[in-house]
Design a protein around this ligand. Structure first.
Ligand code: ZN
Ligand code: ZN
Length: 410
C-alpha cells in the first residue's frame, strides 16, 4: 500500500484580518515579522479558503468541523455538546447540553453580573456539585464546571430536544424564560426553566455565596443556560479517512469538537487557551504526537483573543510569537511531514468579531509544487496555486498529499 507522510495542521485562531487604517491599510499578518511562516509559504501551495461558504462568518466550532471535513449543517445543532466534551463530559445520543454562566441576579431576577465577578476555581467546582443534585421529574441533571464562571449543563431523558431558546439574555436584563422553538421541545424548555428556578433556590443562600457577599463580591446565585445542542452521531476521523489523529488545544470548545470527531485530545501543561498560552509546549506536544499519529491539529487561540479585544499591536505581537512556534515545528519535523498553516476564520480587529472573509492557507510539503508566493498573509496567499477552496476541500487535498486518497473510477 502506498503510504505517505504525516500532517500537522496549525490553526491560528482568528489570525486573518482586513486591511486597517491603524496599520496603514495593511493587515496584522502583513505587518508582523514572520520569517518562518513566509518560509512555509515559499515552500508550499497557497490559497484562500472559505471555511464554511463565501461570506459566512464561522464560529470556532463550525469552522473546525469544516476543516476536518464535516458538514456543520449536518452535525451541528448548538455549541453545548462540544463544550461538554471539552470539559470531559461524555454525552449520549439524545442528551441535550448547554453552555452556562454562573451569574448574579437580584430578587426580581434582573441580572447584575453575567459572570458573577468571574468566579471560578474550587468555588464553581463546589457549586456545580450542588447543582448536580437537583432533581427534575423525568430528566437527569448533570452539571460540570468549566473555565472561570462557566459551566456545562447536560439533560438526559426521553424525548429531549435542543430546539429551545436561551435563558441567558446575553446582556444585563431580566433572566429570560426558555421557550420551545418547535412543539416537541416543550418538555425540554420546561425542564430548563425548572432547573434554573431550582438553581436560584439552591445557590442564593449557599455558604460560598454568603461568604462572597461578606467579602463584597457578587454571589453566583443562578446558573444561566444557553447554546442548547444535541450530541451528534459523528463518524470518527479514523473511520472517515483511516488516519490516526490527535489534537492539541487550550480552549474547551476546540477540544470538544476534536473529541467528538474521535481525535485523541491531549492535555498540555501551559496550554491555557489564553494570551499567556505556552506555544512552545504546544508545539513540542504536537511534535511528540506525530511519532504515533498521522494527523495532528494544533489550535492556538491567542490571535482571536487579541482581535476580540480590538488590539492591533497585541495581534501583531501574537503573530510574531506564532512565527517562532512555526520555526520550532519546521526545524523539528521529518522532511515528509506536511505543515498546514491556516486560520479557522478571520477576526478583524476593527470589527472585534468573526467575519465572512476567506482565510489564508498554506500547505507546505516536499511533494507540493511551489507557486511563487513569498509570504503568508491574506493578499499573498490569494495569488497562490491552491486558488480559492472551501474548508471541506482541505482534508481531501491533504489526504492526497499524504498518498492516502482513493481513486475515483478505475
Ligand atoms: Zn476560532
Ligand atoms: Zn473568536
Amino acid at each position: 500500500m502506498r503510504r505517505g507522510g504525516k500532517a500537522l495542521i496549525l490553526v491560528m485562531d482568528g489570525v486573518g484580518d482586513r486591511p486597517t487604517e491603524a496599520l496603514e491599510f495593511r493587515t496584522p499578518l502583513q505587518v508582523a515579522r514572520k520569517p518562518n511562516m513566509n518560509w512555509c509559504a515559499r515552500h508550499g501551495s497557497n490559497g484562500i479558503m472559505d471555511v464554511i461558504a463565501p461570506g459566512v462568518p464561522p464560529g470556532s466550532d463550525t469552522s473546525h468541523l469544516a476543516i476536518l471535513g464535516y458538514d456543520p449543517s449536518e452535525v451541528y445543532t448548538g455549541r453545548g455538546p462540544f463544550e461538554a466534551v471539552g470539559v470531559g463530559l461524555t454525552g449520549k445520543n439524545g442528551d441535550v447540553a448547554f453552555r452556562c454562566n454562573f451569574a448574579t441576579v437580584d430578587d426580581e431576577w434582573n441580572i447584575l453580573d453575567r459572570r458573577a465577578g468571574r468566579i471560578g476555581g474550587p468555588e464553581t467546582v463546589e457549586l456545580s456539585n450542588v447543582l448536580g443534585k437537583i432533581r427534575i421529574k423525568g430528566v437527569k441533571i448533570i452539571v460540570k464546571e468549566a473555565t472561570e464562571h462557566r459551566a456545562v449543563l447536560l439533560l438526559r431523558g426521553k424525548e429531549l430536544s435542543p430546539f429551545v431558546s436561551d435563558v441567558d439574555p446575553h446582556l444585563l436584563a431580566r433572566v429570560a424564560k426558555s421557550t420551545p422553538l418547535v412543539p416537541k421541545a416543550k418538555k425540554t424548555a420546561k425542564a430548563v426553566n425548572d432547573f434554573v428556578r431550582e438553581s436560584y433556590l439552591v445557590l442564593k443562600n449557599h455558604p460560598i455565596n454568603q461568604k462572597r457577599v461578606d467579602q463584597g463580591k457578587p454571589p453566583a446565585n443562578i446558573l444561566l443556560p444557553r447554546g442548547a445542542g444535541s450530541f451528534p452521531r459523528i463518524q470518527s476521523i479514523k473511520d472517515k479517512y483511516g488516519v490516526e489523529s490527535a489534537c492539541v488545544a487550550g480552549v474547551s470548545l476546540v477540544k470538544g469538537v476534536c473529541g467528538l470527531c474521535g481525535m485523541e485530545v491531549v492535555e498540555v501543561t501551559g496550554a491555557t487557551g489564553g494570551l499567556d498560552t505556552d506555544m512552545n509546549a504546544k508545539a513540542n506536544a504536537a511534535l511528540k504526537l506525530l511519532d504515533s499519529k498521522d494527523l495532528v491539529l494544533v489550535n492556538v487561540k491567542a490571535a482571536d483573543i487579541a482581535s476580540h479585544d480590538g488590539n492591533h499591536e497585541k495581534k501583531v505581537e501574537v503573530i510574531e510569537r506564532l512565527d517562532r512556534m512555526v520555526g520550532l515545528i519546521r526545524g523539528s519535523v521529518s522532511p515528509d511531514t506536511i505543515i498546514v498553516l491556516l486560520a479557522d476564520h478571520c477576526t478583524p480587529v476593527q470589527l472585534g468579531d468573526h467575519s465572512g472573509d476567506p482565510v489564508p492557507v498554506s500547505i507546505c510539503s516536499n511533494n507540493t509544487s511551489k507557486d511563487g508566493v513569498e509570504a503568508f498573509d491574506e493578499v499573498s496567499a490569494s495569488l497562490g496555486g491552491l486558488g480559492r477552496i472551501r474548508g471541506k476541500d482541505l482534508m481531501p487535498i491533504l489526504l492526497d498529499k499524504m498518498n492516502m486518497s482513493k481513486k475515483f473510477g478505475s
